[in-house]
Design a protein around this ligand. Structure first.
Ligand SMILES: NC(=O)c1ccc[n+]([C@@H]2O[C@H](COP(=O)([O-])OP(=O)(O)OC[C@H]3O[C@@H](n4cnc5c(N)ncnc54)[C@H](OP(=O)(O)O)[C@@H]3O)[C@@H](O)[C@H]2O)c1
Length: 178
C-alpha cells in the first residue's frame, strides 16, 4: 500500500481544511499515479475535494465514524480494521498492495502509515506561515529511507521536488496482504 502527500519543509500538509500548495505539476503526478487505483481518505478530505465529490476513475474509500454517513460513488468504512478485514476477505480482488493509495488527511495518514511500504512526497522547500495538519516526519524515522529524488522544480513562488521513501524496516509494519 502507498501513501501520496504534499508537504512543506516542516511536514505541514494542510490548514483550515485546505491544501497548502496548489501546484499543477503535483496534481498531474497525483492523477497519473492514482488513476485506476483505490484511494483511501478521511471524511474531511473527501469534503475538501471540489464539490465534496469523489475522485473520478478511482475506487474511493472513505473513513468515517458516523454510521449514517453516505456519499455517492464511495465505499465507506467506519474503522481502519473494517477496511483491513475487507481487504483480507478479498473484497477488493483483483487489486494488489501497489494499487492502494492513502491520500489523506492527517488523521488517516497517521493511522494507515503502518500498513504502507512506499510514500510519494511532493516536498516543498518552504515553511507555510499557517498550518494545523502535519504528516509524520519520515526523515526522523529509521524505518524509512529515501530511494528517489527528482530534480528541483519551480512553480509560482514555490520550489519543490518529488521524493520517494521506501520502508526498510518492519518495526511498525502491519502486513495487509498476506
Ligand atoms: N497535503 C496533502 O497531500 C493533503 C492530502 C489530503 C488532505 N490534506 C489536508 O489535510 C486536512 C484534513 O486532514 P484531517 O486530519 O483534518 O482529516 P482527515 O484525515 O481527512 O479526515 C478525518 C476524518 O476521518 C474519519 N476518521 C478518522 N479516523 C477514523 C477511524 N479510526 N475510523 C473511522 N473514521 C475515521 C473521521 O470522520 P468523521 O468525523 O466523519 O467520523 C475524521 O473526522 C485538510 O487541511 C486537507 O486539505 C492534505
Amino acid at each position: 500500500m502507498n501513501v501520496i502527500v504534499n508537504a512543506d519543509q516542516n511536514w505541514a500538509i494542510g490548514n483550515e481544511g485546505k491544501l497548502l500548495f496548489p501546484l499543477s505539476q503535483d496534481l498531474k503526478r497525483f492523477k497519473a499515479l492514482t488513476t485506476g487505483k483505490i484511494v483511501v481518505m478521511g471524511r474531511k478530505t473527501l469534503q475538501s475535494l471540489p464539490d465534496g465529490k469523489p475522485l473520478p476513475n478511482r475506487i474511493n474509500i472513505i473513513l468515517s465514524r458516523k454510521k449514517d454517513f453516505r456519499a455517492k460513488g464511495t465505499v465507506i468504512f467506519t474503522s481502519p480494521i473494517g477496511f483491513v478485514r475487507a481487504v483480507r476477505n478479498g473484497f477488493f480482488k483483483p487489486y494488489i498492495g501497489n494499487d492502494f493509495f492513502v491520500i489523506g488527511g492527517g488523521q488517516i495518514y497517521r493511522q494507515f502509515l503502518p500498513f504502507c511500504n512506499t510514500v510519494y512526497v511532493t516536498r516543498v522547500e518552504s515553511a507555510s506561515p499557517a498550518a494545523d495538519t502535519f504528516f509524520p516526519n519520515l526523515d526522523e524515522n529509521p524505518d524509512w529511507q529515501i530511494i528517489e529524488v527528482s530534480d528541483k522544480m519551480i512553480e509560482s513562488e514555490w520550489t519543490f521536488r518529488f521524493v520517494t521513501y521506501r520502508r526498510i524496516k518492519n518495526t511498525t509494519k502491519v502486513n495487509l496482504f498476506t
